[in-house]
Design a protein around this ligand. Sequence first.
Ligand code: AKG
Ligand code: FE2
Length: 276
Amino acid sequence: MTTGNFTQDPPSTALHDPFFRVAGAPAFTRELLTDLAAGRYAAVRVPGFLSAERCAEVLTSLEERAFDSYGNARVQPRVMRFGVGISDHMADGGVADSYWTALERHHEAWQGLGLSFDPFAFCRERLGAHWPGGVEVGRRGGRELGAGVAREPNQGFRVHFDDALREYEHDLLDTPLIGQFAFNLYLSVPPSGGETVLWRHRWQPEDEAYRLPASYGYDEAVVRDAEALEVTPRVGEALLIDPRYFHAVRPSRGARRIALGFAVGLAVTGQLLTWA
Ligand SMILES: O=C(O)CCC(=O)C(=O)O
Ligand SMILES: [Fe+2]
């Protein structure tokens, strides 16, 4: 209750930015993608992006496979993955040769699932259905990057942000980017936990005081004064976020939390370009 004594109230969390919100829609329209890139939304969610049948097909075959873990010096608590993530192959502000070697095995592993369709191609097609420039897998030095990865952060993702402009010394892709998103399609979600949380806070130099040693993540105190919003993912739903807002995934209880994910860049050409 407000007593008139402002020192008793949390400093800024009571204030709301009307643009810090999540849109829910049947499709990623041109307008929603534009508004997400421009900052009129923090995230866009599309329920039923992939049918229950197709989710079950991909999930069933993934469940039979052994997942790897992300590099465990940088990613603690452990996050499992099926396929290659470029963040494990960052070197000297660029991409190590090991990424390209790992990608060959990644393609074999995904082909080995014997799926009736290519889930990442399907996601690109639906994501770009209303986008004039379409969606393609990004290239570096003329070579196509990874199309996506299955991620399983059962113990959560720490508070972090994703921004290729800061993570790499030069342009990651051959085509420069003017905007970035992170795409997730949920195949399996837990009955409790597993929420995706976003904070209305972008990286600033002072935040480095909160970085956990050798980690991709930050102490949650870095976002303590920021407005937060939470999304509880559903199976078959696609979520596109502005990953430059600090975000985290809460630990899951009761079931595996498995999502197909990739990064999306809005290129100067107007195309959406993906990578993982
Ligand atoms: O799994 C999620 O909901 C978000 C994961 C994440 O950190 C990202 O996609 O950048
Ligand atoms: Fe992220």
